[in-house]
Ligand binder design. Structure first.
Ligand code: ADP
Ligand code: ADP
Ligand code: ZN
Ligand code: ZN
Length: 746
């Protein structure tokens, strides 16, 4: 097997590097964040492989495939077809479940059509996405959703006062006119004064509420919202839109099928007393037990393959899921593991599989299991590439490529390549950090009070009581699926909504032109400096104001709209994409114009700016491990971990707040984690409270207090199995987390 050979790679920050990757081995890419790992693995190897595969299709098909730009590289040899297994959400809608995505539901349908009694067959009769099988009342969704009338209408107002809350319908707008100019409504009468006929007309489009619409242009508002909110897949919309939509609908279990999604015929068909819906409600561990008893029937071979599939899901650390779980509710880590399971079942060999921090969201116990799956994937004759920071995952590497020495312009080189034992001897940040673990906290802080959670019972939580201490750093631990996020990000966060700052990995709700400089609030300072230095107005240094390039209007690109197709985006020739006009670009501060200043990384900018206000913010970027970002990098290009840390940076100045974070170490190198812990220490000393969900053992060791949820995942979890200091955990606790912590102290 000839190695993959990459020669003269200069993509992003890479410094004309040349290296080889062995085939049919596990190669782990290490290095601090921003060093260039993703630039190698995703922007070069994956992109080039996909690009060449796409090039094999006819032009018509190609125009519909995602575009992969050619990476900046002299030559790549011996690439194979590649599959990226990342943490992007699985998407889909309420019809997409763990069962449909994993393929296990299709196998169960086949099983029931062959062995179920009474005989129903064909297999499509068991599909909730098929008219043959679906419950008619809920169309196979298992739940009924209704638009909340009070959420869309303000009944105290008239049309002229804007009775529809949605800003699309503000008086004078196009939507408003459709109704106001229909002649059907008294525009000055508040909705609450409507007769029942008028009210029906408004909501349902007809006077009796069910007949033909009075005026085809005036669909009832209720129908209109039902169409836009319920009958459409909104999972690809922004989180903001999703939350907004959620607030407008009421959801309840279907009164007919009670959430089972299927019609009576399908539900009456059983094997050993279980319907297909019963099996889909069971946690996978329980499902396996039930399937085990069906093994020796006449469909034994089919049962066998289903059990194999279930086993793969259990092995990868998803034993607590059930097949009826909707995929949009899975976390990024869970989605990635589910994708991995799909590929494990495939018989393709000779592929290159690429993973992005697969340990995310995993307890050390789960990491151990996942490592075995990665090995199996390799042993089937595949090449496995992994970007990772976790010591345990790095330790299974056949080959390690360490990128560094540092981030951004100070990175971009291969500082080490060799096997795991050689890495431990190497004099690189990664090699040294592998051997260094942090000590247990000797003097944990005492809490300044606490916030009680009582009788928490959401999802798998078993009516638990727990106190969240104030003024110290608490780490919440437990295996995947034990209930950590449910307890902290859902129950605790909603109970104390007004007091808590959630610093999560979700998208940043700012405009898509946001950058670190604007988001952290020092872009204005930079503009002031330029204005003062050059005797101009500040607005000249803003591309959505006086500084805008006249040709593209400050967009940097020109959009050519095409009917029925995505618009064509080309770089603006006048400003070459930099968005500013010539007058703005002619002004400089210390020899650099606005674009050049925004092109500096935070660490380079430290050398350039003297202003204390700017310096303070740059220092904050360094503290959260983001000094390699340029001041002008669009926030939309940040990874989940980077987004979480820049949100943390924004909230750092505060005092007396309660900051909640879910896995803040995601995407961080071991040496960055030490810096993050120092920062946590500073945050807490300033009088703030920190509550973090974490699997990283170094973070647990440095906690003031640990709350361990378990004992295991799903139904077997949901209890508080330990609370105390790290020292107490190591000396007395008998939990899976305590075992791992003890293991890392020896
Ligand atoms: P890692 O995966 O090691 O965290 P990356 O490969 O993502 O690092 O980034 C390496 C450097 O390249 C960083 O300085 C980053 O800001 C820069 N970079 C990453 N993506 C882009 C991009 N699309 N355009 C310009 N610079 C980028
Ligand atoms: P952890 O954060 O410890 O990994 P979670 O709080 O995500 O665990 O999950 C705890 C349990 O609750 C699991 O059994 C999980 O499947 C279930 N669960 C989590 N989110 C949902 C949801 N949106 N719908 C149904 N069950 C859920
Ligand atoms: Zn139903
Ligand atoms: Zn322009």
């Amino acid at each position: 097997m000839a190695d993959i050979i990459v020669q003269g790679l200069t993509q992003n920050n890479l410094k004309h590097v040349t290296f080889q990757i062995p085939k049919e081995k596990i190669t782990v890419f290490t290095g601090v964040s921003g060093s260039g790992k993703s630039s190698i693995v995703f922007d070069t190897i994956a992109a080039e492989s996909q690009r060449q595969m796409n090039a094999a299709y006819p032009a018509f098909v190609r125009s519909r495939l995602p575009k992969y730009p050619k990476p900046a590289v002299e030559r790549i040899d011996n690439l194979t077809a590649s599959v990226v297994v990342d943490q992007s959400p699985l998407g889909g809608n309420a019809r997409s479940t763990v069962g449909t995505i994993s393929g296990l539901y299709a196998s169960l349908r086949l099983l029931f059509s062959r062995a179920g009694q009474p005989y129903v067959g064909p297999a499509s009769s068991f599909s909730f996405n098929d008219p043959n099988g679906m419950c008619k009342t809920c169309s196979g969704l298992g739940k009924i959703t209704k638009v909340k009338v009070e959420a869309i209408l303000d009944v105290d107002k008239s049309w002229n006062q804007g009775c529809v809350k949605d800003s699309l319908y503000r008086p004078g707008s196009w939507y408003w006119k459709q109704y106001a100019q229909s002649g059907l409504f008294d525009l000055d009468k508040p909705v609450k004064a409507y007769s029942s006929e008028e009210y029906n007309l408004l909501l349902y489009g007809s006077r009796d509420g069910c007949g033909e619409p009075e005026n085809p242009k005036v669909t009832g508002l209720f129908h209109k919202y039902t169409k836009t909110l319920l009958n459409r897949d909104i999972s690809s919309k922004s989180r903001h839109t999703q939350i907004k939509s959620q607030n407008l609908i009421d959801e309840m279990e279907c009164t007919d099928c009670h959430g089972k999604r299927l019609n009576e015929a399908a539900l009456s068909c059983k094997i050993q007393g279980y319907s297909i819906a019963d099996l889909c409600e069971m946690e996978l561990t329980r499902l396996r037990e039930v399937l085990e008893k069906m093994r020796d029937s006449k469909v034994g071979v089919l049962v066998e393959t289903i059990i194999e599939g279930v086993d793969r899901m259990i092995e990868i650390g998803l034993p607590y899921l059930h097949l009826n779980r909707e995929t949009p509710s899975l976390s990024g880590g869970e989605a990635q593991r589910l994708k991995l399971v799909r590929y494990m079942g495939s018989s393709l060999t000779g592929m290159t599989y690429i993973f992005d921090e697969p340990s995310t969201g995993m307890h050390p116990r789960d990491v151990y299991r996942m490592n075995n799956l990665l090995r199996k994937l390799r042993d089937k004759g595949n090449t496995v590439l992994v970007v990772e920071h976790d010591r345990d995952v790095i330790s299974i590497a056949d080959y390690v490529i360490d990128v560094g020495p540092e981030a951004g312009q100070n990175g971009g080189q291969i500082v080490f390549a060799g096997n795991y034992e050689e890495l431990l001897q190497s004099d690189t940040l990664t090699g040294k950090a592998m051997l260094r673990t942090l000590p247990l906290k000797q003097k944990p802080r005492k809490p300044a009070g606490s916030l009680p959670i009582r009788d928490a019972c959401l999802h798998n939580l078993k009516h638990i009581d727990v106190d969240i201490p104030l003024g110290i750093m608490t780490v919440v631990t437990g295996v995947a699926g034990s209930g950590k996020s449910t307890l902290i990000s859902k129950v605790f966060a909603s109970q104390y909504e007004k007091d808590i700052v959630m610093v999560d990995q979700g998208p940043i709700t700012a405009t898509n032109r946001s950058t670190p400089a604007s988001y952290l609030g020092f872009f204005d300072e930079i503009r002031k400096l330029l204005a003062r230095e050059n005797g101009k107005q500040e607005s000249l240094f803003s591309f959505n104001s006086a500084g805008a390039c006249p040709v593209c209007g400050g967009k940097g690109v020109i959009l050519t709209e095409l009917a029925f197709m995505d618009p064509i985006v080309t770089e603006c020739e006048a400003c070459q994409g930099v968005r500013y006009n010539e007058e703005a670009l002619a002004c400089t501060y210390k020899g650099r114009n606005i674009v050049e200043l925004l092109g500096l990384t935070a660490s380079q900018a430290m050398e350039v700016f003297d202003e204390p206000k700017i310096k303070r913010r740059l220092n904050v970027m360094r503290q959260v491990g983001l000094s390699y970002l340029t001041l002008g990098q669009p926030l939309s290009t940040l990874s989940g971990g980077e987004r979480q840390r820049i949100k943390l940076a924004k909230n750092l100045g505060k005092k007396g707040s309660i900051i909640v974070m879910d896995e803040p170490t995601t995407g961080l190198h071991m040496s960055d984690i030490e810096n993050l812990l120092k920062l946590f220490d500073t945050i807490v000393s300033r009088g703030n409270t920190l509550v973090v969900i974490e699997h990283n053992l170094d973070v647990m060791k440095q906690a003031d207090w640990i709350i361990d949820i378990g004992p295991d995942g799903g139904n077997k979890g949901g209890q508080v199995v330990f609370t105390g200091t790290p020292m107490e955990m190591v000396s007395t606790a008998e939990t899976l987390t305590a075992d791992s912590l003890r293991g890392s102290c020896s």
